[in-house]
Design a protein. Sequence first.
Length: 394
Amino acid sequence: MTTYDFCVIDGGIVGVATAHQILTRHPGANLVLLEKASELATHQTGHNSGVIHSGIYYPPNSLKATLCRRGARWTKEFAAAHDIPHRVCGKLLVAADDAEYARMLALHERSITNGVAVELIDAAELARREPRITGVGALFVPDTGIIDFTQVTTALADEVRAAGGEFVLGAEITTLTETADAVTAAGPTGSWSARRLVACAGLQADRMARAAGLRRDFRIVPFRGEYYQLPQERAGLVRTLIYPIPDPELPFLGVHLSPTIDGALTVGPNAVLGLAREGYRKGSFDARDAREILGFTGFHRVARANVRTGLRELRDSLFKRGYLAQCRRYCPELTLADLLPREAGIRAQAVLRDGTLVHDFMIERTERSIHLLNAPSPAATSAMPIAEHIVDQL
Ligand SMILES: Cc1cc2nc3c(=O)[nH]c(=O)nc-3n(C[C@H](O)[C@H](O)[C@H](O)COP(=O)(O)OP(=O)(O)OC[C@H]3O[C@@H](n4cnc5c(N)ncnc54)[C@H](O)[C@@H]3O)c2cc1C
């Protein structure tokens, strides 16, 4: 059996960026990338808002704050060099009332600390820029953009193949065995050994960590992000991305209006507990996933601490009227007829046993492997700097 120099598990944007970065630093190395789905970008990478974030929300000096800023720059440059459609349309964070306005001012401070250009605007200026949007004030982030991250992944994968990287699709890894010389990743379709291994398994990251014998006590809790799409004739309703002011306690940004790069206008995503990590249809249920979530103490702690938010999200998921009310806080003219179905995404959110929702990217290692355990938004924007950060430690 060949022993590869490097093995990467993850056909999403972070895994493919990591393979790219490895071959950039080690030209001629032999590398295999293993992905259990039959295509790249099947899970989070192919089901997101497509926003190139700027890095305003995150605590200064966190991995998210530093890697997102660099990632936004890298994403735009890579897209320009590879003719990948993208647009820097800017984003407005809209305060709907005085309490949100106070939180918005805190975000303004944080943006300045994080070195991200922002502009505070008043209600009149907001109405001038986006006449269909209302609020008591807003924060404008000019550098935020939109893109299709699947296209970025495909372009990166083409370069990995051109540099000699091998892709094996349909390869689900269920065991990892590490010896003094190599790590062997194996599953029903085969086994692959490599001197070094990187796993960024997204929604399965905790299972991969357990297979590697990592001690960190956490579980991936899937949070569904349900979207709607506006009728095509309403797609020009806004020019910029429109976001609410987020709850700083939660790692989710709130239901937003997002123009997509292919000309649609979406609204979403909410954040509802999922009972199937990879079940995209509403009501999807997977017995193993449900058992592991509901049997985890950390989940019970999160649930207890967020009962009201959780129930509200569930109600708004079941009854469109509640969902609509969230959007009408900043776009009052939306009606139920505007909310057309669109496929959901599912966030892989790491939760620790003590009930902490992990906000930052989280990485752990063994002697020969590195595991990305928590890579929620803005990990698509930050994919290449995350890859650099991983390869620095490989
Ligand atoms: C609703 C939603 C909205 C988002 N919006 C944005 C946004 O606007 N901007 C942004 O920057 N980020 C956004 N994100 C976050 C972003 O999509 C993810 O952070 C990013 O795609 C993570 O990439 P990844 O490669 O780590 O994970 P994934 O894309 O989930 O890929 C993980 C891959 O590993 C494979 N895998 C798992 N287990 C195994 C195994 N045992 N064997 C083999 N293969 C395995 C899976 O099949 C999967 O393809 C959003 C996410 C969601 C869900």
